[in-house]
Ligand binder design. Sequence first.
Ligand code: NDP
Length: 274
Amino acid sequence: DQMDRYCVFGNPIAHSKSPDIHAAFAAQTGQQLLYEKRLAPLDGFFTAVRGFMAEGGKGANVTVPFKLEACKVAQALTMRAQAAGAVNTLHFTADGIIGDNTDGAGLVADIVDNAGTAIAGKRVLLLGAGGAARGVVLPILEHCPAKLLIANRTVATAEALVQQFAALGGAGVVSACGFADIEGEFDIVINATSASLSAELPPIPAGVFGPATLALDMMYGKEPTVFMQFAAAHGARTRDGLGMLVQQAAEAFAVWRGVRPDTAAVLAQLRAAL
Ligand code: NDP
């Protein structure tokens, strides 16, 4: 009999770690499935998805640059995908293609479960207001922080996010500002800007960090990012985005298979292979 098939669509896709992560999850949970990476042409994402469905695919992950287009290939979106305005997980069901987004839930699971840091009642600073930042706002608010400040280079973009989510956070919980206007210390600081990609640091005051601060960069690599180095130099605990990557995959696996794998061993395995 045929094994259930999944894949990740992206362009480029060669360096994706998702096939290794899902193979490890399948082994751990005793599930029979195949997960491959697929390069979709920049102008051929819909055709690639339809083709994979026709071949009997059961679902797919979606990465750069197709997360926005993936909203349109889906017949229905989950609430968290609507809130994120982006889809990273497609589930092919009898009722059609369901678009979901597990990035934000993955980040929150990494903070709460892997880093052992509660969000409830805490002061959270989110740096950036692009796709990655937008996707984590709803999952963070669901954990009831005391404050969520969204700081961005382009302040208007952060203000638009506040408008979108203000009603969900409760009065005065969500607010926006520019990097230079950030005031006070925070319990959790999340770098969701793409500045680390070019080894740049968002120009934030060092006073946001304290000995109890968790500083998390969504980016990951062999070496700590400039943001992690800056945070560590000012006493914060640091974390990169590898845990988020594994947790968003675990969430997607749960959507497809109904069982949520343990992530600790898989994260350690990926870390060792960086
Ligand atoms: P976008 O292009 O949508 O947004 C980029 C954001 O970064 C904007 O807020 C932009 O500000 C800001 N920015 C860009 N350059 C600088 C700079 N030099 N200084 C300060 N701010 C800057 O990107 P994404 O949101 O999709 O991705 C952001 C990061 O998150 C990437 O590094 C990506 O790799 C990572 N990521 C990690 C995941 C994981 O699983 N670990 C999952 C998803 C993303 P402005 O609005 O002013 O342009």
